[in-house]
Design a protein around this ligand. Structure first.
Ligand code: FCB
Length: 443
């Protein structure tokens, strides 16, 4: 099964890539990395399926050469990866030279294969020592993060094609401090409100430090989920508007308009950090590009019995991935055009993650993941439509290069274009990888 597009259906300079993240693939027990809050979270019963961790993961720390060879053979133009804060600063304070050496080798190895390195500075591995100090709830996290960012950029910033400060602030904050689903597993509105501001302040301080050091092509990666009212009832429609507020509007409006959505500030009343308004100027410093992660939509219903935001997600009618996520490519089109129209204008947008989990099985040494091919194909069609309608979308990264550690769901959910046998660490490109190779011109 092949894709319905060719590379030539996209603008000449359009970038095709694949994305990963440090904790999900590297192996956090290698190279002097310190514990992150994901290690402590996973060590607490009930938080992660089978209490799995990123200790070994895909052993990418040792196998990065082979993994980068795969990317090149697939014809990809770029590799999106993250550096691990806990690897670079194991105790949150002192630098681990081995950690920086690893990213230095990775940067060179990426370039040697003709791939553009797209760096993300924070993809969720906060050093446990900084979590002890309150992590994202502590305003000081902004200067900690700026220091860490400078340390990484001093070493590899000269070779990066593009740099994002933080991956998915919504997951870092709401998902992790209000819903308690990701580390540090808090269910606390005050922690949520504070972290949702501090994460943006951290982004701002890191941007300032990197700009001052002369680095360019800097951005942030936000995730978006279409908020679909479960019915036409007024209660469901306003519940979906609140969902859209805390998920889709909060971060981009702070960055592009210096404001937070009123519908969310109302719910956070009494919990926002004092004087947060004074930070909005710094938070809204211009981006060179915006990363957009998109996977699904949510069907949102009012839940009047529950505390604010008084809503719940209910199952919808569309076909679902192995995550139970509805497959809804129109949502990607909707966000790309909405962001361009309402928020980011001509600032380049890159789709930095999009993909699906599926219960893949090796049959005679092959994985025929035609569902994933269809997912990528329909979402890339949505990207093409958005470009045709004027959205400045400059690239697309599939999530993910490899099957990997899917956070609270452990190793059971497979998102890779390449299958990983976790016992042998053998990599087997799936049919979706071959489809990319065919469409974008790998060998
Ligand atoms: C995103 C994360 C990424 C991966 C995908 C499935 O929210 O950025 O690490 O887990 O979801």
């Amino acid at each position: 099964m092949a894709f319905s597009f060719r590379r030539s259906d996209f603008p000449d300079d359009f970038i095709f890539g694949a994305a990963t993240a440090a904790y999900q693939i590297e192996g956090a027990s290698f190279g002097g990395a310190g514990p992150s809050h994901w290690d402590t979270f996973a060590a607490t019963p009930g938080n992660v399926v089978n209490a799995e961790t990123g200790a070994i993961a895909c052993d990418h720390y040792h196998r990065y050469g082979e993994d980068l060879d795969l990317l090149r053979s697939g014809g990809f133009d770029a590799y999106r990866f993250s550096t691990s804060w806990a690897r670079v600063m194991p105790d949150g304070k002192n630098v681990n030279p081995e950690g920086l050496d690893f990213y230095d080798r990775l940067a060179d190895a990426t370039l040697e294969r003709g791939l553009n390195p797209f760096l993300t500075l924070y993809h969720w591995d906060l050093p446990a020592a900084l979590a002890d100090l309150g992590g994202w709830r502590n305003r000081d996290v902004a200067s900690w993060f700026a220091d860490y960012s400078s340390i990484v950029m001093d070493r590899i910033g000269d070779r990066m094609a593009a740099v994002a400060t933080i991956n998915e602030p919504w997951c870092v904050t709401w998902l992790s401090h209000f819903w308690g689903i990701h580390a540090p597993g808090l269910r606390d509105i005050r922690a949520a409100a504070r972290s949702m501001h501090h994460v943006l302040l951290a982004h701002a301080r890191a941007m300032e430090a990197m700009r001052a050091a002369g680095h360019g092509n800097l951005g942030i990666v936000l995730n978006f989920e279409h908020a679909n009212p479960a019915s036409d009832a007024a209660g469901d429609v306003s519940a979906a508007a609140r969902y859209d507020g805390f998920y889709n509007r909060w971060f981009i409006e702070a960055i592009t308009r210096k404001t937070y959505p009123e519908v969310i500030l109302e719910g956070f009343a009494g919990h926002m950090p004092d004087g947060y308004e004074k930070d909005m100027e710094a938070i809204s410093a211009p981006l060179d590009w915006l990363g957009v992660n998109y996977y699904t939509r949510s069907n949102v219903a009012a839940d009047p019995e529950a505390a604010w935001p008084s809503l719940k997600s209910v199952p919808g009618p569309l076909p679902k991935t192995d995550m139970g996520w509805e497959i809804y490519p129109d949502g990607l089109y909707g966000f790309l055009t909405r962001l361009h129209r309402d928020y980011t204008g001509e600032t380049p947008i890159i789709v930095t993650e999009n993909g699906m989990a599926w219960d893949d099985h090796l049959v005679d040494g092959r994985i025929d993941d035609r569902e994933r091919i269809a997912y990528f194909d329909t979402h890339l069609a949505a990207v093409r439509r958005a470009i045709a309608d004027g959205a400045p979308v400059k690239g697309y990264f599939g999530w993910s290069l490899l099957d990997n550690y899917e956070w609270a769901l452990g190793y059971g959910k497979r998102f890779g274009m390449v299958h990983v046998d976790y016992d042998t660490q053998k990599r087997t490109p799936k049919a979706s990888f071959e489809a990319f190779r065919h469409a974008i011109g790998g060998n």
